[in-house]
Design a protein around this ligand. Sequence first.
Ligand code: BTN
Length: 329
Amino acid sequence: VVLVKGCGYMREKILSMLKEHKDEFISGEMISNKLGISRTAVWKHINNLREEGYEIESMPKNGYKLLNCPDVLTLEEVEEYLNTEFIGRNIYYFDTVDSTNIKAKELAMEVEEGTVVIAEEQTKGKGRLGRDWLSPKGKGIWMSIVLKPQLPPSEVAKLTLIGAAAVSKALEEIGIESYIKWPNDIIVQGKKICGILTEMSCELNMINYVIMGIGINVNLENKDFSKELVDKATSLKEIIGHSVDRKKLLGAILNHFEDLYIPFKNAGDISKVINISKEKSILIGKKIRIIQGETERTGKALDIDEEGRLIVEYEDGTVDSIFSGEVSI
Ligand code: BTN
């Protein structure tokens, strides 16, 4: 076997050495000896890494010290926050795409379950009901997770609940209290900060794949939102007053997602998800409007049942449980 030690290989080796010694100096000589390349070659790689956004201090006697990594959502940068088995272990990272859901659909048949497509920017981000989804560069988490559960298509609505619960739990982990607007929005301080668009390809009674598109407004500023949006949507940065670490948040979402997804995939168990959906529900006990296709009805949200359906009491006193729909308060 001939191992071709190309540029990418050395770059990775140097970067992992720097990361192992984060905030410490590591000498150019040590790197060059360990990797069997010249000190000039080391220096060139260091400069390339700097151009990629790695902040590296250098001192003639002490060598190099990694101070900061760029704010990019590559697997290389997110890996340290992941403790999953398969969700997010394969990341297709793009600087710009039309929509990560579209890209994920193109890749779906040939990639493993749990593959994530992420872009720094989407030029045609898709929202539900044919709406656009604002996705400015580097300011959010715009991603699609490819899932291949061996389940009938009727089970797909539950996946959206898993996604929403995972996002809400991850926000809790970074100290942000959020609500779930069943089935697929996350609300913080009365405004939307995350939406989920689940799409699938299926046969009559078997899912081929599901694309779960999750968009989170992380570090957008009010000025990024249009006049119409600014009253309804916000970002985590606007809420807490400073930027949020996207890598850490992404890692936490994928970890929670896997944790909730595995019992569902293996045994159809969504009990934990239902508990989270109820505990964080913004709808239960409130008067709501439900839009299903062409019809709009008002009623009161009573509960979420064990199948993830919203139980509604309509104004005429009839009680029904709904699988999906667009709900507003
Ligand atoms: C909604 O609330 O209307 C759903 C929004 C979903 C947005 C995400 S961003 C990543 C993925 N790619 C898309 O084009 N849409 C989803």
